[in-house]
Design a protein. Structure first.
Length: 126
């Protein structure tokens, strides 16, 4: 397996049920974001929901699903799994996304900041 070129970048905002990620607790999250496609990958508005768990060792596990709506009105449904590590500046990790038929495996470098904003850079996993 090898990583391909950048497919898209994403910037968004998370909303935590209970307003915070707490150690040992699985927390429901929702989010909205803007996806900026690179090359043939479409740009659009993204929304989703899922769960995040902060483990005692500082790792974060998450599972989410959602949909990307392109400027042309196409809707792509997706699912993701993330493994991250909490640090002083927020959370940083890797997320795997499935659901785009042209790009069966997408890997994202993901970072969440203390202000609940997040940014992702996605590449194809070939």
């Amino acid at each position: 397996m090898a990583l391909g070129g950048i497919l898209f970048t994403e910037d968004g905002t998370l909303v935590f049920e209970g307003n915070a990620l707490k150690e040992g607790v699985t927390t429901n999250v929702s989010f909205t974001s803007r996806v900026q496609g690179v090359g043939n990958f479409p740009s659009g508005d993204n929304k989703g929901q899922g769960t995040m768990t902060l483990n005692p060792d500082g790792t974060v596990d998450s599972s989410c699903e959602g949909e990307l709506t392109t400027a042309q009105g196409q809707v792509f449904k997706w699912k993701s799994r993330e493994k991250s590590k909490k640090n002083d500046g927020g959370v940083k990790g890797v997320e795997r996304v499935t659901g785009f038929s042209q790009y069966p495996q997408i890997v994202m470098d993901t970072e969440m900041f203390p202000n609940k904003k997040f940014t992702n850079t996605a590449v194809e996993w070939k």
